[in-house]
Design a protein around this ligand. Structure first.
Ligand SMILES: NCC(=O)CCC(=O)O
Ligand SMILES: [Mg+2]
Length: 329
């Protein structure tokens, strides 16, 4: 007897494999995170993120033009705020002439059709490195959400297409939506980090922005009172559905590779686009192993990003976006 069905026939060569392949990534799948700093002529490599850089505004301009020519049409902006501008309430986040507001305008001037999304959270602006205002040793929820609403409005006024609240305060999507609607910013979208886990994979990002929680007495040492516990699954669906009810246009799962089950659950459950974030620690792990010659960098990059799409991601935020597009096109 022989096997009645020989599945290997569909794997015999690259031509047959490529015609039956179910999931293919393209430049349209990617959202490019960009780190911005004050100054001129700065292109600073982030030590724990090899070949990833912080740009001053003049060089940011060249970078976004290059992204555009590669077919990458969406960016997600993060700013590194100088220490002297940090406080407990994120006052600088509302400065109409702040670094984020200028960065938005810089990208729009360089590339008017580029989709500009902005990080909305207090941690880069907080002396304590937290996503919320601290009162009596606690991260307060509702007052923080108010500031996030004002921050979102400020980004919309500067020209952002989407705001991306990454903080995990309860109710902030509604607060942000109302703040935008009240001032007539009906078309400014919200991409909510709706299921963001308290993860050790964010380490290199906090180096990039100098935004890690500080080690001071009576200040929480981690973000576990607002970001999700990594043992939880159903909670991710609840969080995501609530954010959609409050007005989120796009929802997100973060981090990526350790949370593919969550990504698939959410994709099956909701009817809005779902994003995933392949975070800094995932990037650093792959870079480090590749540097040692232990893993094939390009193949791992292709495999992980394809896995996100297969698991249900409509949008992939990844520090590999540029490299992957150069690899596949
Ligand atoms: N809001 C952004 C993060 O919390 C971290 C992202 C990363 O680790 O790449
Ligand atoms: Mg929530």
């Amino acid at each position: 007897m022989y096997p009645l069905r020989r599945n290997r026939r569909l794997r015999i060569n690259e031509a047959i494999r490529s015609i039956v392949r179910e999931t293919i990534i393209t430049p349209n799948d990617f959202l490019v995170p960009l780190f911005v700093v004050e100054g001129k002529g700065i292109k600073d490599e982030i030590p724990s993120m090899p070949n990833y850089f912080r740009y001053s505004l003049d060089l940011l301009e060249n970078e976004v033009k290059e992204l555009w020519t590669l077919g990458l049409k969406s960016v997600l902006l993060f700013v590194k705020v100088p220490d002297n501008l940090k406080d407990n309430k994120g006052t600088e986040a509302l400065n109409p002439n702040g670094l984020m507001q200028r960065a938005i305008k810089t990208v729009k001037n360089a590339c008017p059709d580029m989709l500009v999304m902005t990080d909305v959270a207090l941690d880069p602006y907080s002396v304590y490195g937290h996503d919320g205002i601290i009162e009596n040793g606690q991260i307060v929820n509702d007052n923080t959400a108010e500031v996030l609403g004002e921050m979102s409005l400020s980004h919309a006024k500067a020209g952002a297409d989407f705001v991306a609240p990454s903080d995990m305060m309860d109710g902030r999507i509604l607060t942000i939506r109302e703040a935008l609607e009240d001032e007539g910013y009906f078309n400014t979208g919200i991409m909510s980090y709706s299921a963001k886990y308290a993860s050790a994979f964010y380490g290199p990002f906090r180096d990039a922005l100098d935004s890690a929680p500080v080690d001071i007495q009576d200040i929480p040492k981690d973000k576990k009172t607002y970001q999700m516990d990594f043992g939880n699954r159903f909670e991710a669906i609840r969080e995501t559905e609530m954010d959609i009810d409050e007005g989120a246009d796009i929802v997100m799962v973060k981090p990526g590779i350790s949370y593919l089950d969550i990504l698939r659950d959410i994709k099956n459950e909701v009817d809005v686009p779902v994003a995933v974030y392949q975070v800094s620690g995932e990037y650093a792990m792959i870079k480090a192993a590749a540097e040692k010659g232990w893993l094939d960098h390009d193949q791992i990059m292709l495999e992980t990003t394809t896995a996100f799409k297969r698991a249900g991601a409509d949008i992939i935020a990844s520090y590999f976006a540029k490299d992957i597009v150069k690899l596949i096109y």
